[in-house]
Design a protein around this ligand. Structure first.
Ligand code: NAD
Length: 372
């Protein structure tokens, strides 16, 4: 039976394919932009300069200062530079950090953003912005920050190291997993989620085996696009809440934390989310326990499987569990302190995921849109 739903499409334009970066000047011109600021992280300055050179007179400058979680001082500098240069738009080249900086400028000045993603994080598909001040990250939704055009060029991901490819891909899969059991899941978004997981689970082992395999890179990026679109369309639950808390409180690395926590959060929720389990089983090759399948996949990819190896101590577990249950949020089953503590202990130790006991008694999603 199809349950009642409300679906709101986002105005997104996607250009996909190897070599599509060559179409960037046309995308800039199609938006009527003549002076764009190119944004990237310091490690990707060379590629930022290359993009600016290809844009010729349409590039106003390059700001290679994007940082994880968009510190407010960097956002302020970027906004000031955009104003000083008279920029009329931004091109964000990189992962979620570069896209996040473009969103911070768009939030204040309304400048359109074009994104050229080089990881699988998915921020380019969402109207969600984030800003960090004094260790506290604020997030919000505003359609002005949604990139107007996204160029997915798998060639831009060829340099992403194997470990980062694996964890960034698992980060993308996490969006789809939580989208499948979201309170605002819809049939079309669930199709995207299932196909996104299938594509990434198939592609990531090939990407890790041979980072120069353009075909595998293309399939991984196709999956990342779908998973990013799912993130944009649905409300995230326990998994994203835990990763947000672990990242914000202990400064654990974003994609690696998602990789470790995902099998455990899914195992916790599986008893309360039979439709999601069915979709994930299909996407992951048919096994009855997708949480275990994802844990095995992370192992095969050589990705971290314990929070201990990411720097968390055992003493941190009760505190993080306390934060994770402090405010109610959308989740397919009840979130209990004991349950979350057991989940975190298994994730901390690197044990296989244990099935949760939650059954479907939806909590009220009073805290909407807990996302990245
Ligand atoms: P990132 O953008 O911070 O990149 C990580 C590192 O990888 C950087 O040093 C970068 O220079 C490097 N890198 C990126 N692509 C590369 C490539 N192709 N080759 C070599 N090096 C490369 O990491 P991320 O995981 O993409 O993004 C994480 C950030 O994005 C977090 O702040 C997260 O909260 C945010 N995020 C936001 C949303 C949203 O919807 N707002 C969604 C997902 C993630």
């Amino acid at each position: 039976m199809i349950r009642p739903f409300t679906y709101q499409a986002l105005p997104m334009r996607v250009v996909f394919g190897a070599g599509s970066l060559a179409r960037l000047p046309d995308e800039v011109a199609a938006l009527g932009l003549t002076r764009v600021l190119v944004l990237c992280s310091p490690e990707q300055e060379a590629i930022g300069q290359q993009v600016a050179a290809a844009l010729e007179a349409a590039a106003a400058g390059v700001l290679p200062e994007a940082r994880m979680h968009v510190p407010v001082e960097i956002a302020a500098r970027a906004r000031e530079l955009a104003a000083d240069l008279g920029a009329d738009g931004c091109v964000a080249v990189g992962g979620g950090s570069a896209v996040g900086l473009g969103k911070a400028i768009a939030l204040e000045h309304g400048l359109p953003v074009i994104a050229v993603p080089t990881t699988y994080a998915g921020s380019e598909m969402t109207p969600v912005w984030g800003l960090t001040e004094g260790g506290q990250k604020r997030t919000g939704r505003d359609v002005r920050v949604l990139p107007r055009s996204v160029l997915y060029d798998p060639e831009m991901t060829l340099t992403l190291p194997a470990l980062m490819s694996a964890t960034s891909g698992m980060n993308a899969i996490a969006h789809a997993v939580e989208g499948l059991y979201a309170p605002d899941a819809t049939p079309i978004v669930s199709l995207m989620a299932e196909e996104g997981v299938r594509a990434l689970a198939a592609a990531l082992p090939r990407v890790v085996a041979d980072g120069s395999d353009l075909d595998a890179r293309g399939e991984a990026q196709y999956g990342a696009w779908l998973c990013g679109a799912v993130l944009a369309a649905t409300t995230m639950s326990l998994h994203h809440k835990l990763c947000h808390t672990l990242g914000g409180t202990l400064d654990l690395p974003h994609a690696q934390t998602h990789t470790v926590v995902l099998p455990h959060a899914l195992a916790y929720n599986q008893p309360a989310a039979p439709d999601a389990v069915a979709a994930l089983s299909r996407a992951l090759g048919g096994g009855p326990d997708p949480a275990r399948e994802l844990w095995e996949l992370a192992g095969r990819l050589g990705a971290p499987r314990s929070l201990r190896e990411l720097g968390m101590t055992e003493e941190d577990i009760p505190r993080i569990a306390g934060f994770a249950v402090a405010n109610p949020y959308a989740n397919p089953g009840p979130v209990t302190r004991d349950g979350v503590q057991a989940l975190l202990r298994a994730a901390w130790a690197g044990e296989p995921p244990r099935a949760g006991t939650a059954t479907a008694v939806p909590t009220r999603p009073t805290e909407r849109r807990s996302r990245t």
